[in-house]
Design a protein around this ligand. Structure first.
Ligand code: ADP
Ligand code: NI
Length: 219
């Protein structure tokens, strides 16, 4: 990478850290840092543009629509303005914006309108952070943030939600495991991503087994 590119990445880190100062615990700077590090790790086995991967990973949740009344235009717009201001090349800006627009799961029943190897890497890295011990912690933190029930046996998971229904759902947090988290291991793009996802998936299955055992009064 050129020294200009390294400088852009450093500026972007500072910008994201500052912007997400008071973000929800599962979508804060540390989530971004984990996704950034996992993206770099996955990239080692892929032929991608590392500069685009770095900027995309750092900016992917700069204004998550979940925290902006469902508005999906704010994140891409904020990223575009920032990258323009620090003089990033317009082709790179457009690629990063496409990545931000397409990275989210949104129920998993929507067709994705754009694809690139760089998006694949970042999407895998973001999905890894939704799995395993961190994934469980983030999910219950988000549920608490939204005042959701932990679990309600009378409200079954819904796997056929449209993007709108997924976004509007107020279901118990346990349902999110079936509606998203347990589906992710089969939707990974990269070899590295698939391998790590497999382990984290098994860990979550163990967690759920223990959860139900305790729920049902087992010792
Ligand atoms: P999306 O699911 O829209 O793609 P994210 O990928 O940003 O959104 O979700 C990141 C994390 O936020 C999830 O992996 C999960 O931990 C938490 N989260 C999102 N939606 C829910 C939900 N309905 N219930 C519990 N946690 C959620
Ligand atoms: Ni994310």
């Amino acid at each position: 990478m050129t020294s200009d590119q390294l400088e852009h990445i450093q500026h972007t880190k500072n910008f994201v850290k500052q912007t997400l100062e008071s973000a929800e615990g599962g979508h804060d700077w540390f989530h971004i840092l984990r996704v950034y590090n996992n993206s770099l790790l996955i990239s080692k086995n892929e032929s991608v543009n590392d500069y685009v991967v770095a900027l995309g990973a750092l900016l992917h949740d700069i204004a998550d629509s979940k925290f902006y009344d469902g508005d999906e235009t704010i994140g891409p717009q904020k990223a575009r303005e920032f990258l323009f201001k620090i003089n990033v090349d317009s082709t790179v800006i457009e690629h990063v914006v496409k990545i931000i627009e397409n990275v989210s799961f949104k129920g998993g029943n929507e067709a994705q309108s754009f694809s690139s190897k760089e998006l694949d890497v970042i999407q895998d890295a973001d999905r890894l952070d939704a799995l395993g011990a961190i994934g469980i912690a983030r999910t219950f933190n988000y549920g608490g943030y939204k005042n959701r029930k932990l679990y309600d046996p009378s409200i079954p998971p819904d796997l056929k939600m449209t993007k709108e229904a997924y976004k509007a759902s107020t279901a118990p947090t346990i349902n999110h495991f079936y509606e998203k988290l347990l589906l992710l291991k089969d939707r990974m793009h990269t070899k590295t991503g698939k391998q790590i996802a497999q382990n984290r998936h098994l860990y979550m299955e163990g967690f759920l087994k223990q959860f139900y055992a305790e729920w049902n009064g087992k010792k």
